[in-house]
Design a protein around this ligand. Structure first.
Ligand SMILES: [Zn+2]
Length: 151
């Protein structure tokens, strides 16, 4: 895939997986493919290989979606809407992408360097709410989280 196609797709989707919203700073890291481009309407089902049918996807979501046809399942209305916006917008030039991408990558990377599970996201939301009420985690709770991440 042409590099500029990936960059344009990356920019169109704000550097995040369209399906699960995880931040995707680079195509590969740790030697594994992490980011990919998915054809929203699969090519095998008549989808076009055009900007208006390309979504940025993490690799696991891309594999899981496989050749699901969104016209049959209707499960991603927000993606359809975003694709319509993308189709109506002018693609950035190579020069613009070159200028804007490093900043976006930095933002995405700072905001989401780790893929959190739904449970972990929920735990963070709970602990933020608790902190707002003036409650804090016990040492035991903190140690349990460290142990889980091998710290
Ligand atoms: Zn994903």
């Amino acid at each position: 895939m042409a590099d500029v196609t990936y960059k344009r797709c990356y920019f169109d989707w704000g550097g995040r997986c369209a399906y699960c919203d995880v931040g995707l700073p680079r195509i590969k890291w740790d030697g594994k493919v992490k980011a990919s481009i998915d054809h929203f309407i699969p090519l095998s089902k008549g989808g076009q290989n055009s900007r208006a049918n390309r979504v940025l996807s993490c690799y696991p979501c891309n594999l899981a979606k496989d050749d699901t046809d969104p016209r049959e399942t209707n499960q991603w209305p927000h993606i359809e809407q975003r694709l319509a916006e993308i189709a109506a917008s002018r693609p950035l030039s190579h020069g613009q992408l070159k200028r804007l991408l490093p900043e976006l990558v930095k933002q995405v990377y700072v905001q989401a360097p780790v893929v959190l599970s739904p449970d972990e996201r929920e735990a963070i939301a709970r602990s933020k709410a608790a902190a707002e009420r003036g409650e804090f985690a016990t040492d035991e709770q903190v140690r349990a989280v460290w142990a889980k991440h091998g710290l």
